[in-house]
Design a protein. Structure first.
Length: 417
């Protein structure tokens, strides 16, 4: 036990003396938390800019229906609508615009009001004819012959009226710039607004409506998402990259050779390093939770389950670092191996962004990485308060702890350092 404490003290003192170690263990993840929370904290309240050029002008004013369409667009909270003068050249106007995000223009053409009224009349007659035709089909023999004759006469007159109404299409034009990643969202919103406008223009009522409700599961805010991911990612970084770097530094300075010459055994060396990483992981967790509460008002209290999973995670990743330091004797090679494992895992596991935003093959890859299960398990426990959903992370990290600690003990040739 004394040997473990000696190793723990030596490794901890070395860590505190290292400015880069303190920076990457605490300050860097704290900076990322503040940046992500500040930059992405208002994503749910964002709006998409769009210009509207209304060319349907009479007497210097927009026609009633073109104004109604503009107003319908303005009622959508997700759209930030601005007007373009009717006679302006679109390309020139957009180039002079100070906001690139609003380089989307919806053009309402001339004669829009007249064409909508004509088209809605024609469509309305068509809807009436379809309704009468279905009535005849559904009613069948139950409709008296006299009534059937009158309906047919009425349908014939409606057909004549429909033929007398000009068939004019009403086409709006939506212009977007190449590379505009938000264009599909804006396009979908515009189509939805136009669809509702079409229904109102013919006096139709929706056949199917959508009722909204809320799920009982706790809403996952921006900080709530990033906090477990950042904690898990830097537990991994400290374990794999930090431990490998420390062992390499101890090798370079000849400290390990002097320790190997004493009565200290390699198990004490390994346990001391694991204990050091567990303490750093707990410190990192409480620093990140404290920062999220101070700066963003997100109050999270880690319970026994989250503490246990954090301990298992730090043990697994520090065992990987010890293994790399034991297998690769070349100092630069050991550091390179730690970086090659740690950094790709940090960015590919979904710690910094939702897995749903990644391509399918990358989602499959992320779920094959152990880091994914650590941040997913911490999120279930710390944010959703459902430790039962973290059974897979506990099982996986329990098995990996036993296996990787055994491997670290096996490959560490204490007398060969």
């Amino acid at each position: 036990m004394k040997g473990v404490l000696h190793v723990f003290k030596a490794v901890t003192k070395s860590w505190f003396r290292s400015k880069s170690g303190v920076f990457f263990s605490f300050l860097f993840p704290l900076m990322l938390l503040l940046i992500f929370g500040t930059v992405f904290g208002g994503v749910q309240d964002s709006s998409y800019g769009i210009y509207v050029q209304n060319r349907d002008i009479e007497g210097g004013q927009p026609t009633p229906l073109s104004r109604a369409l503009e107003n319908a667009l303005r009622t959508v909270n997700a759209l930030d609508v601005e007007n373009v003068p009717p006679g302006a050249d679109l390309n020139e106007y957009v180039e002079k615009s100070s906001s690139f995000s609003k380089s989307r223009v919806l053009v309402i053409p001339e004669n829009f009001d007249r064409r909508v009224r004509t088209r809605s009349t024609r469509v309305g007659i068509g809807v009436t004819l379809t309704t009468l035709s279905r009535l005849m089909d559904y009613g069948g023999p139950s409709i008296p012959e006299n009534d059937r004759s009158q309906i047919k006469e009425g349908m014939s007159e409606l057909e004549n009226m429909k033929g007398a109404v000009p068939s004019e299409n009403v086409n709006l034009k939506l212009f977007t710039t190449e590379g505009d990643q938000s264009a599909p969202i804006v396009r979908s919103i515009v189509h939805s607004v136009v669809g509702s406008f079409n229904e109102r223009s013919i006096g139709a009522r929706p056949v199917v409506s959508v009722e909204e409700g809320s799920l009982r599961r706790r809403d996952l805010g921006v900080i709530s998402y990033y906090l477990p991911g950042l904690i898990a990612a830097f537990i991994m970084v400290n374990g794999i990259i930090g431990v490998t770097s420390n062992i390499s530094e101890f090798n370079r300075n000849g400290i390990i050779k002097r320790l190997a010459a004493t009565s200290l055994d390699k198990k004490s060396w390994i346990i001391g390093n694991i204990l050091n990483q567990a303490v750093l992981a707990f410190m990192l967790t409480f620093v990140m939770i404290g920062a999220s509460w101070v700066f963003f008002g997100v109050g999270i209290i880690p319970g026994a389950y989250s503490i246990a999973l954090i301990f298992l995670g730090s043990t697994v990743f520090s065992s990987v670092g010890i293994t790399l330091g034991g297998v690769i004797k070349d100092i630069e090679g050991a550091n390179a191996a730690g970086n090659a494992i740690g950094f790709p895992m940090m960015f590919l596991s979904g710690s910094f962004w939702p897995l749903e935003t990644m391509p399918d093959f990358m989602q499959t890859l992320a779920k094959a990485l152990p880091l994914y299960y650590l941040h997913d398990g911490l999120r279930e426990i710390m944010i959703y308060k459902q430790p039962g959903q973290a059974s897979m992370p506990f099982l996986l990290y329990g098995v990996l702890t036993v296996v990787l600690v055994a491997v670290a003990v096996k490959v560490t040739k204490w007398k060969e350092f």
